[in-house]
Ligand binder design. Structure first.
Ligand SMILES: CC(=O)N[C@H]1[C@@H](OP(=O)(O)OP(=O)(O)OC[C@H]2O[C@@H](n3ccc(=O)[nH]c3=O)[C@H](O)[C@@H]2O)O[C@H](CO)[C@@H](O)[C@@H]1O
Ligand SMILES: C=C(OP(=O)(O)O)C(=O)O
Length: 427
């Protein structure tokens, strides 16, 4: 086990480059199961979740070679529906992403339950709905058994919720099902768009990318190809947050600005601004952070929604930024029942937050935070605590940082290169 020791109060300055999007890398790696030919992936983030996905793929017979840092060659020439390690499956939510491509490619898979962030119940029902609609048999007895010995047949799939990973599973399965499929009430997050673009590079026929109705013409086979994973917008916004709460100014190179419109609008409500310089994003220094009231001086609300609205994975970061903004604001995350419990740690640091119920909290800022001893409960709350510690007076300790390493590549080294006083230590 490792921990971060952070001495707060040092403004961040300098340049940083985000890693590839974790939530794109995971489905793209799973999608490599759909072709026997080699695939070259660039900008693969070297993070724990991606390593876990790599070992699951390797146990299915996929050959993966690191060609250079962040560039992998992946070849699924021979795939076998081997037993998967339940502990690794339990580590990541994305292990469920093996179901779609393995049902299409080998017609069978025994999959122990997936895991991932412990932020509330994680449904798999929509995944099962989609794969059953395409003709797969699915049963559950401590593991999921997917079976489609005669292959999958295209269908009209109406997802019962716009689930991100279920949409990804459906897309991968439809790409090689017989005939045409439509996926309605599809999610459309940047990683889903990238998965579609990637599959099309391999020869899939997916239309209406980015919409909530995807049309997929199944093909008999996919070929190899090369693809660069886009920048992780969650990391980009985490760095924006770190810069503003320390009153610093940073440049984020190749920040993926096409994905930031709604996030910019919502962070604007907290008084956060940034500029673009080509593909770079520039956070100006000493922002006068002030919460923008709704018309008539009403207390504003930030709530999460599926894309293109405000992503749930940025809620914790936004809450920490609000503790440094003047005014009051309500946060509402209806998606996950345990996302907001970390706010008690911020209260312990001196933040003025009322947790109204598991889904809502009111933040009144600004508050001078003080250093604390804390534990990272999940990946995004963990990063949010890092931000809080960077803005606090005095030293903080954050334990259980393996949670943060699940999704952020060398976050301590990147922050230290910007002037943060952060150290990784063994427990
Ligand atoms: C590996 C990966 O990509 N993980 C992401 C993925 O998880 P994941 O795909 O597991 O998340 P889902 O989109 O399935 O759902 C998230 C939560 O919202 C609920 N829900 C979702 C849509 C909807 O229309 N109605 C509804 O109630 C679900 O029941 C669930 O509780 O998407 C989540 C939502 O953006 C992100 O937090 C995760 O980081
Ligand atoms: C919730 C997250 O991850 P996962 O779905 O992989 O648990 C996340 O990336 O914030």
């Amino acid at each position: 086990m490792e921990k971060f020791i952070i001495e707060g109060g040092y403004p961040l300055h300098g340049e940083v480059t985000p890693a590839g999007n974790k939530n794109a890398a995971l489905p793209l790696l799973a999608a490599c199961l759909l072709t026997q030919e080699p695939v070259i992936l660039h900008n693969v983030p070297e993070i724990k979740d991606v390593q876990a996905m790599r070992s699951l793929l390797e146990s299915l017979g996929v050959e993966i070679t690191t060609l250079s840092p962040n560039t992998w060659k992946v070849q699924a020439a021979d795939v076998r529906p081997a037993d998967l390690d339940p502990d690794i499956c339990r580590k990541i939510r994305a292990s469920i992403l093996l179901a779609g491509p393995m049902s299409a490619r080998s017609g069978e898979l025994l999959l122990p339950p997936p895991g991932g962030d412990v932020i509330g119940r994680r449904r798999v029902d929509t995944h099962l709905l989609a794969l059953r609609k395409l003709g797969a048999d699915v049963s559950y007895d401590r593991s999921f058994k997917f079976s489609a010995p005669r292959g999958l047949t295209g269908a009209d799939i109406l997802m019962d919720e716009a689930s991100v990973t279920a949409t990804e599973n459906a897309i991968m399965a439809c790409a090689m099902a017989k005939g045409v499929s439509t996926i309605r009430n599809a999610a459309s997050e940047p990683h889903i768009q990238e998965l579609c673009q990637f599959l099309n590079v391999l020869g899939a026929k997916i239309d209406n990318i980015g919409s909530n109705t995807l049309c997929v013409q199944g093909v008999d086979r996919l070929h190899g190809g090369e693809f660069t994973i886009g920048p992780d917008y969650l990391e980009v916004v985490s760095f924006i947050g770190a810069a503003v709460v320390t009153h610093g100014s940073i440049r984020i190179r190749n920040a993926g600005r096409q994905y930031l419109d709604m996030i910019r609008l919502v962070f604007g409500r907290l008084g956060v601004v940034w500029d673009y310089d080509g593909e770079d994003l520039v956070v100006p220094e000493e922002q006068p952070l002030e919460i923008e009231s709704d018309l008539g001086g009403m207390i504003p609300e930030i709530s999460v929604m599926p894309w293109p609205s405000f992503p749930t994975d940025l809620m914790s970061i936004a809450i920490v930024v609000a503790t440094q903004s003047k005014g009051s604001i309500l946060f509402h995350d209806w998606m996950y029942p345990s996302r907001m419990f970390f706010t008690d740690k911020l209260v312990g640091m001196g933040a003025h937050i009322v947790l109204c119920d598991p889904h809502r909290c009111i933040v009144q800022g600004p508050s001078q935070l003080g250093g604390e001893k804390m534990e990272s409960p999940d990946i995004r709350a963990g990063m949010a605590l890092v931000l809080a510690a960077l803005s606090a007076r005095g030293p903080s300790t954050i334990r259980n940082i393996g949670q943060i390493d699940r999704g952020y590549e060398q976050v301590d080294l990147k922050l230290a290169s910007l002037g943060a006083h952060i150290e990784r230590m063994k427990e």
